[in-house]
Design a protein around this ligand. Structure first.
Ligand SMILES: [Zn+2]
Length: 261
């Protein structure tokens, strides 16, 4: 049974507002963008269930479920919510070599995530929804809402929530940039004064981009659910913490890994 997925466009004033808050990346594209879940697809390769019809010895046609290796276009998020994404530079995804090594699927004999994102890509940071069952003393959504992406809320009256989220994310970045500059100063200082090789090495290691915060869906050994890194510095926004949690939509993900076990 096919479900009809509604397609919606983001009003221009909304994307303009979001771009003005989040700025542009080095390619002149917005750092933050709003997408309708039903319009956001991506390519994923792997083993998929496939039904073939065979005629058995007694002449009856019947369906047999097999698995085939292919690349499919799937919905990336919950299709009935508004989502916000953030651009990440290519360094976020590691090196080209790491990407292809980590995304190789032995069984399907293909790269599950397609080409290396040499111009970066957009990652999920937030979605618009509410839990209408919260009492004033509650700090978290009720369980059914946590599991079910809460209740839909429209985009235009809630753009301010997206703006707040952008503000919090950029602010948390300032904090980590300061820490990094501190580390850089320390490194130079130590080099100049005592030329201590070991300490210099430690500081350099601390400054390397952290590869461990990538979405896990393409990393070997994980199952097909994709967990997206959550926004840091959530404390800046007076919203329930679970509001920003996000798990990939179940609607269209392949479950070939489960099948393997
Ligand atoms: Zn609720």
């Amino acid at each position: 049974m096919d479900t009809v997925i509604e397609i919606r466009e983001v009003p221009k004033w909304v994307s303009d507002r979001i771009t003005s808050k989040g700025g542009l990346n080095p390619y002149g594209e917005p750092n933050f963008r709003v997408v309708w879940g039903g319009s956001r697809t991506y390519q994923v390769g792997g083993m998929f269930k496939h039904v073939v019809y065979v005629t058995d010895p007694s002449g009856n046609k019947r369906g047999v479920v097999t698995e085939i290796a292919e690349v499919r276009t799937l919905l990336k998020y919950n299709p009935h919510r508004w989502h916000m994404e953030r651009w990440r530079g290519p360094e976020y995804y590691g090196t080209r070599e790491e990407w292809y090594r980590n995304t190789w699927d032995e069984v399907a004999q293909l790269h599950t995530m397609g080409d290396y994102p040499s111009r970066g890509d957009y990652e999920h940071v937030f979605y618009l929804a509410q839990c209408p069952h919260m009492k004033p003393e509650d700090t978290e959504w009720c369980m059914p809402c946590q599991v079910g992406f809460g209740e839909y809320i429209p985009l235009e009256p809630n753009v301010f929530l997206l703006e707040r989220q952008i503000y919090a994310l950029l602010k948390s970045e300032d904090v980590s940039n300061l820490a990094e500059m501190g580390a850089l100063f320390m490194r130079e200082n130590i080099k100049r004064q005592i030329r201590n090789k070991i300490v210099g090495e430690r500081v350099r290691n601390a400054m390397r981009p952290k590869l461990a915060v990538q979405p896990t869906s393409w990393q070997g050994g994980t199952n097909s659910r994709c967990s997206v890194p959550e926004a840091k510095c959530n404390d800046y926004i007076p919203l329930p913490a679970n509001r920003r949690g996000f798990a990939q939509s179940d609607h269209a993900m392949p479950n070939h890994k489960e099948k393997e076990n």
